[in-house]
Ligand binder design. Structure first.
Ligand code: GLC
Length: 812
């Protein structure tokens, strides 16, 4: 074991061999001679956790005498991917660990592959949070993060006979070696009950205990590790012994309580799950805020001064309940006056809105809030009253505008607009791309923006270049370091030094070889996992995202059908050979999206088996998309598609990861696609199709999908292919629901109006691809511009403008 007094010294190979042996014996109860891959991986993780903890202890001792402002980030989801590689890199111990593992007959690659992906989320926000934390840690920013310790935050996707089949993702099956369960700290979170009419208060509540599990996420050397506290729900007391001996009934309460943090209830959850989702959200924010207050109050200062030492960053409407809970904690539990408490909240909270469409902003039915959180509902009413009263007094808004400004939506089922609550009470609201903020300003946040001018700003998303380039694309990272030196690892702005090299033939050829090696690795994976034999000379055209109508995998696969049909009918049509790669999960209840996955497989089966067509086109669907799989796909892509219906994508971060690895983006004019086009110019980006405004205008002018489809022979061709049963796998009408969605049901994601422009954009892609020197130059330039899309830039911007914190490390 690492001696306490020797905490900061880097271990030698021998030290690490000993530490692994110690962990195998003490934590896993195993004979080191009998250790296998998984046990070695876990023992190594335990050894590293001990080192991180010792670093943390040193820091805390130091900071006790140098307190400073802290930013607390409430992460509704978190998708960091397997942590071993990232932690070894951060501690600069990859080489030492590789040697130490050899002693046990295990390679570092095997150990890295043995670690499961933490299943703590389902989508883009979770990944953004992980990159933001990595960057904040590497920059030495004083950040703490909170989340829920979902046992099943997502699901596993298998494909059986071309269909998605889901199973639970038990990532905690072997335990999580990075965490410490802190049974000494726990908080009671309250629900139900009723309001106390006499005084501000809440009585007769049910209580659930929040138990923290801590993980340390390190930054690169010189940075500052971040403590991530994940909450588990536990009964507030042990079960009641039932005198009749009915233990099953007694245990049911425990099961019910623990289900609060067991699964991430999806947004489209069936209505019977909705109350549980509300419990889950309140549990998360209440436990986190109580912890923040406790830490602050330990300093002996009164709670009303909290905002001088801390800020709390809420993400998505799922964090919005925090403002009502903080009001309750201040007013009811600490006796702070109402106005003063509101002032604390305004200075304490910032809220980031990640989505665009008003329907993706959470709106809790008033009835449900009244039942589960009655005190919070009356706090929200009071906050809303103050908010509207001030607006009315100014007499600048009409009644309709006041209704739109209100936190309460007066529809037949009255609802609380959680985004309005978060916006109106916190001091800052940020959006994730300029186009999203503009659309929010014109749409759902129009009155809020007028009422609180200057509060809504843009802080564009970013992704970690250390995670997505340095770690996941070692070949390209090596070429970069060899040509411009290693300074880019700390400072991504240095990647701009690649731009002058973009047209140099020698550099281009090194670039091409590095990219080819990554493509070869993916080819090997396709061969073993799917039996698809491909080759790296093809254009690797990638579309990896959640499979959802709005992300329009359908548009992409219809292009595949069009290419295939044209190859079949026109012998002189010889497009550049391509490999289309898809990956992504459809929500278990989204049967139409699952049918799109089915169609991709049907198309793949037919096309890959056609000896002439497959020379020009292949289709692959890699199952169970997750961070570790993304890390293998991203380096191999030549082209990345982000083709959501314009006006529905807040930003997108996949587009940034792929750009950062030298893939070019084919996308719709929305979110970060626009920023990428601004940065790289038209030669390196292929944007097409309707803008968000045009899409809205088309809809309101009465778009007739069936007539539109009939008027375009390219569309008729693909519809005919769908109807012909050529792809139906002997099951007539199998694809009929997709045909109906695209015709009779009005084509809700406007696939057809974008279909022609999409084919034309694909032609532009082909044209550039056939001029490899220009393509390579664009690819190098894409990486050269990565600083704008880096999480370091995002974290720095947040630290300066939203968190008001500055870097701190032990030497500062
Ligand atoms: C949401 C948005 C996506 C954005 C992500 C992170 O998933 O839909 O556009 O990139 O949040 O901000």
């Amino acid at each position: 074991m690492v001696p306490f007094s020797n905490a900061s010294a880097a271990p030698s190979v021998y030290d690490l061999i000993e530490e692994i042996a110690g962990r195998l014996v003490s934590d896993l109860g195993l004979d080191p001679k009998k250790a296998g891959v998984r046990t070695c991986q876990r023992a190594l993780a335990y050894a590293l956790r001990a080192r991180l903890t010792l670093d943390r202890i040193r820091r805390k001792r130091f900071e006790k005498d140098h307190p400073g402002r802290i930013a607390y980030i409430l992460c509704p989801e978190l998708l960091p991917g397997p942590l071993l590689g990232q932690i070894l890199d951060a501690l600069d111990l990859s080489g030492t660990a590789a040697e130490a593992l050899k002693h046990y007959g295990v390679s570092l690659e095997q150990a890295l592959a043995a670690e499961p992906d933490p299943s703590l989320g389902a989508g883009g926000v979770g990944r953004l949070m992980a990159d933001l934390l990595e960057a904040s840690a590497s920059l030495g920013l004083p950040v703490y993060a909170y989340g829920l310790r979902y046992e099943y935050g997502g699901f596993r996707q298998a494909i059986e006979d071309g269909e998605q089949v889901e199973s639970p993702d038990g990532w905690l099956h072997y335990g999580n070696p990075w965490e410490h369960v802190r049974r000494d700290v726990s908080y009671l979170v309250r629900f139900y009950g009723g309001e106390d009419g006499e005084k501000n208060g809440w009585r007769g509540t049910a209580k659930v205990a929040a138990e923290p599990c801590d993980m340390l996420l390190p930054g690169r050397r010189g940075g500052r590790e971040i403590k991530l506290r994940l909450w588990s729900a536990r009964p507030s007391r042990r079960f009641n012994i039932d005198p009749s001996g009915d233990y099953i009934r007694s245990m049911q309460d425990t099961v019910r309580v623990e289900s609060i943090s067991k699964v991430l209830f999806p947004e489209d959850a069936a209505s019977q799950n909705r109350p549980l989702r509300l419990l889950q959200e309140h549990f998360f924010v209440s436990a986190s805020l109580q912890d923040i207050l406790r830490r602050f109050e330990k300093s002996g200062q009164p709670a009303k001064k909290l905002a001088e030492a801390a800020m709390v960053h809420l993400h998505e409407t799922r964090g919005a309940l925090a403002v009502a809970e903080m009001m309750r904690l201040l007013v009811d539990e600490r006796g702070v006056g109402w106005s003063e408490a509101k002032d604390v909240c305004r200075r304490l909270f910032a809220y980031t809105c990640h989505t665009l469409a008003p329907e993706s902003h959470l709106r809790w039915p008033v009835d449900l809030l009244e039942e589960v959180l009655p005190r919070h509902l009356s706090i929200i009413y009071q906050l809303n009253h103050d908010h509207l009263e001030a607006a009315r007094n100014e007499r600048t808004l009409s009644d309709t505008e006041i209704a739109r400004l209100s936190m309460i939506e007066e529809t037949p089922v009255k609802r609380v607009r959680m985004a309005h609550l978060a916006f109106a009470v916190s001091g800052k609201t940020t959006g994730v791309s300029s186009s999203q903020v503009e659309a929010l300003r014109q749409g759902p946040f129009r009155e809020l923006d007028q009422r609180y001018p200057g509060r809504l700003t843009t802080t564009a998303n970013g992704v970690s270049h250390r995670v997505w380039l340095l770690q996941s694309n070692p070949d390209l990272a090596e070429i970069i370091t060899n040509s411009i030196g290693p300074a880019w690892i700390k400072d991504p702005a240095r990647l701009a030094e690649l731009i002058p090299l973009a047209h140099e033939p020698n550099f281009q050829s090194a670039w091409r070889s590095a990219r080819r090696r990554a493509k070869l690795r993916l080819c090997a994976e396709l061969e073993t996992s799917l039996g698809i034999h491909s080759d790296p000379n093809r254009l690797f055209d990638v579309h990896v995202q959640p499979v959802q109508a709005g992300k329009r995998q359908l548009l992409n696969i219809l292009h595949v059908l069009w290419v295939y049909e044209t190859i079949k009918s026109n012998p002189s049509y010889r497009p550049a050979p391509r490999l289309k790669i898809f990956a992504g999960k459809a929500a278990p209840s989204a049967w139409l999206d699952k049918l799109v996955i089915r169609l991709i497989h049907l198309a793949a089966r037919t096309i890959n088996a056609d000896p002439r067509a497959n020379q020009l086109l292949q289709v692959a669907f890699l199952p169970d998309y997750r961070v570790s799989l993304a890390k293998r796909i991203v380096p191999a892509a030549d082209l990345f598609q982000q083709i959501a219906l314009a006006g529905t994508e807040g930003s997108g971060t996949g587009n940034m990861k792929f750009t950062m690895n030298g893939a070019l983006v084919l996308g719709t004019p929305d979110g970060a696609n626009l920023a990428i086009r601004d940065e790289l110019g038209a030669d390196g980006t292929f944007l097409f199709g309707l803008t968000g405004q045009e899409a809205a205008a088309l809809r309101s002018s009465g778009y007739d999908a069936a007539a539109f489809a009939e008027s375009d022979e390219r569309i008729r061709l693909v519809l005919e292919a769908l109807r012909s049963n050529r792809f139906g796998n002997g099951q007539p009408n199998r694809l009929q629901p997709l045909i109906d969605a695209l015709t009779r049901e009005g084509d809700p994601t406007l696939v057809w109006p974008d279909f022609g422009p999409y084919l034309e954009a694909q032609c532009r892609v082909e044209k550039l691809w056939t001029q490899q020197d220009r393509w390579l130059a664009a690819s190098i330039q894409a990486v050269g511009h990565a600083a704008r899309f880096s999480a370091d830039r995002l974290a720095q911007e947040l630290a300066a403008k939203t968190w008001s914190v500055s870097s701190r490390n032990l030497s500062s």
